[in-house]
Design a protein around this ligand. Structure first.
Ligand code: NAD
Length: 371
């Protein structure tokens, strides 16, 4: 393998780029010839000249059909997949549970496709774990977004004009995004409470100085990969009842509760939203996979009749594109570096990381969940 092509993102909402100039330079040292589609990094603040200075060549979209390796952020269209070189390697967020036609197109084109979100959550793979690097930023930005939407300040202030009480934040779902949301809200001076169905999270919540809301749901547990298991309808009902009072008192609710590969649980009902204070804000990070909150809409900000703002931003990390691209690009670099031996990139299907993220290879779809 020799040539790597960084595509520009076709979705107009996307601001990130798959590789920064500094990672392009590092990859060149590994023996890669880097080609970057003109304008690919512009929205993230990296212009063509920056890439050229880092030793990359500026190309147009057609170069995708010549490259040995194509890296992107979002999945390419089926038409673009058909143009890729047979035997080449593709890496991006392919969303394989929902985008089966794209996976089929990769198999038909004879391209080896790696779905970046399928990298396992193991210690060795952390450096290439794009779900974590981006969820971390989404968690951070959810607090920034709530802070800039709500009509009050977050921290406590004692002034001659009176004492201002700190805002109350409630974080539902304490994975990577939730933990960062707690840490960011604490730094801004909020009073923070949090809940997750995985009991192991309680200690992490407390270590960040937040309060863990205890709700007895019976057996919940987690999968081998550390993901939450789906609750029964009875457990969900118990959870809603246990959370109703905390929601009614919260100024800001941030929900991040997801179930890997499945629809997100609907946790906050219409009734719970109706019970919230006028002017309070909800940010639903699970909105794209079904939403945790009744009334949240992908890509929309909704104001309910009782004056609650529900933010359904589907890609909060895209608001900090320079940092998000820096982290994404670093994940891409680490992935390639990890599988480069003696100057050659190897697709080792025996390797647990590679095996877990490859969705198409040699004309076949390699994971039956995506057929
Ligand atoms: P995720 O995005 O799949 O879900 C977010 C959170 O929502 C999770 O904490 C989950 O337990 C929670 N959730 C699900 N249903 C819920 C409900 N009904 N109510 C409240 N909360 C609910 O999770 P993630 O951030 O991708 O993290 C998944 C796991 O992977 C975690 O255990 C995390 O610690 C682990 N992880 C490990 C590594 C590593 O070892 N390299 C890296 C990243 C994450």
């Amino acid at each position: 393998m020799k040539t790597l092509f960084v595509t520009s993102e076709k979705d107009p909402r996307e601001t990130r780029v798959a590789l920064t100039p500094s990672d392009a330079q590092k990859l060149a040292k590994l023996g890669w010839e880097i080609h970057v589609e003109s304008g690919a990094g512009a929205k993230a603040g990296f212009i063509d000249e920056d890439y050229a200075e880092a030793g990359a060549k500026i190309a147009d979209a057609k170069f995708a059909s010549e490259a040995d390796f194509v890296a992107g952020v979002r999945k390419p269209s089926v038409e673009d997949v058909a143009k890729l070189k047979k035997g080449s390697f593709h890496l991006s967020l392919l969303d394989p549970f929902n985008e089966k036609a794209t996976i089929k197109a990769f198999a038909e084109a004879g391209v080896t496709a790696a779905s970046f979100e399928m990298i396992p959550r193991s210690t060795i793979a952390q450096k290439m774990d794009v779900l974590s690097s981006q969820a971390n930023l989404a968690g951070y930005y959810s607090v920034v977004k709530a802070a800039s939407t709500i009509n009050r300040i977050i921290p406590m202030m004692m002034t001659p004009a009176g004492t201002i009480s700190p805002l109350k934040f409630f974080i539902v779902g304490v994975g990577v995004a939730g933990l960062q949301a707690i840490a960011t809200a604490k730094r801004m001076g909020a009073r923070v409470e949090a809940f997750d169905t995985r009991p192991v999270v309680e200690e992490q919540v407390k270590s960040l100085g937040a309060k863990f809301v205890k709700i007895d749901l019976g057996e919940t547990g987690q999968t081998e990969q550390g993901y939450a298991k789906e609750l029964t309808p009875e457990q969900i009902e118990k959870q809603r009842k246990g959370m109703a009072k905390v929601c009614a008192q919260a100024d800001v609710i941030i929900t991040t509760a997801k179930l890997f590969g499945r629809k997100a649980p609907r946790i906050i009902t219409e009734e719970m939203v109706a019970g919230m204070k006028r002017g309070s804000v909800i940010v639903d990070l699970a909105v794209e996979s079904g939403g945790n909150v009744a009334g949240s809409e992908p890509g929309e900000t909704v104001i309910t009749p009782n004056g609650v703002t529900i933010i359904g931003d589907t890609c909060l990390e895209a608001h900090v594109p320079a940092t998000a691209s820096q982290m994404y690009g670093s994940n891409v670099y680490n992935f390639i570096e990890h599988f480069t031996k003696d100057g050659e990139f190897h697709v080792d299907m025996e390797d647990p990381i590679m095996k877990s993220c490859i969705v198409a290879r040699g004309g076949q779809i390699t994971d039956e969940r995506f057929m």
